[in-house]
Design a protein around this ligand. Structure first.
Ligand SMILES: NC(=O)c1ccc[n+]([C@@H]2O[C@H](COP(=O)([O-])OP(=O)(O)OC[C@H]3O[C@@H](n4cnc5c(N)ncnc54)[C@H](OP(=O)(O)O)[C@@H]3O)[C@@H](O)[C@H]2O)c1
Length: 256
């Protein structure tokens, strides 16, 4: 199905591997112009080469948790290289950290900067570069921001903040024709990701956890998440969808 994304200019933050990489690939498959980003230059270059069969992404080394000047530099450069900026996917995030109240103040700052402030700054700068009318923002949260799971407390708090950011911003940006939505993934397995490490350490325990907790009985894939993102980014199929949080978790969360 043609999502009408051909020629649209998209930045995906944190896209040299995992979920962000797959999101970038889906946009390229739809004919969009895409900028991928990551901190590690070699990994970013390898990602751009792996994406080449689907199109030629712009690849920019960037740290979205390094403050507004860095974010402004990267998004301005992305817009210039692509010839526009219509869609931002704020995907940077990391669930590593101490559980409960064990994290100290420094760690709280790090986790909030990586998972919440990075999305706030990327969204703010991207929106300022979007055309006068139209555009889409997709924020990546987590089911840890919705329910009490065993995730680090600061991560869960930051991801809950992402959902509030999406909801509130959708009201403010609606009159400009900019839609803002959130995707909340469940447990997603991919090479180099956190679940791969946990599974290598305890394959039996992790597999029984998934069977017991996820009604569909499996991990999510990056493509499960990327499919939801391109849907929400498309004015053609989701043009009346804004302010929503699309949970993609195989049925794991129990609330409404
Ligand atoms: N995997 C899951 O089960 C799961 C579940 C729920 C939600 N999520 C959320 O989904 C998103 C992606 O998860 P993932 O599993 O794909 O993560 P990942 O495997 O850790 O990949 C993160 C990507 O972002 C880049 N990155 C990290 N920090 C960055 C920064 N400060 N600035 C720029 N790039 C940065 C990484 O490259 P560099 O390290 O080279 O910068 C990498 O390309 C995150 O927001 C995560 O919280 C994941």
């Amino acid at each position: 199905m043609d999502l009408g994304l051909s020629g649209r200019c998209v930045v995906v933050t944190g896209s040299s591997r995992g979920i962000g990489f797959e999101i970038a690939r889906e946009f390229l498959r739809e004919g969009a112009r895409v900028t991928i980003t990551g901190r590690d230059e070699a990994r970013l270059r390898a990602a751009a080469a792996a994406l080449a069969p689907h199109g030629s992404p712009v690849a920019l080394t960037a740290d979205f948790a390094a403050g507004e000047q860095e974010v402004r530099r990267v998004l301005a450069s992305a817009k210039e290289r692509m010839g526009g900026l219509d869609i931002i996917v704020a995907n940077v995030g990391s669930g590593t950290g101490k559980r409960g109240l064990d994290a100290d103040e420094k760690e709280w700052h790090r986790i909030l900067e990586e998972n919440l402030l990075s999305a706030v700054l990327a969204t703010r700068e991207a929106v300022s570069l979007m055309p006068g009318n139209g555009g889409a923002v997709v924020l990546i949260s987590s089911i840890a921001g919705i329910e009490a799971l065993s995730a680090p407390l600061a991560y869960a708090t930051a991801k809950a903040g992402i959902i509030a950011l999406g909801k509130t911003l959708s009201r403010e940006l609606g009159p400009r024709g900019i839609r803002v939505n959130v995707v909340s993934p469940g447990n997603v397995l991919h090479p180099g990701g956190s679940w791969e490490k946990r599974r290598a350490a305890d394959p039996g325990g992790v597999d029984s956890y998934i069977k017991a907790e996820v009604p569909l009985g499996r991990f999510g894939t990056p493509l499960d998440i990327a499919s939801a993102v391109v849907f929400l980014a498309s004015d053609k199929v989701a043009g009346f969808v804004t302010g929503t949080n699309l949970v993609v978790d195989g049925g794991q969360t129990r609330g409404i």
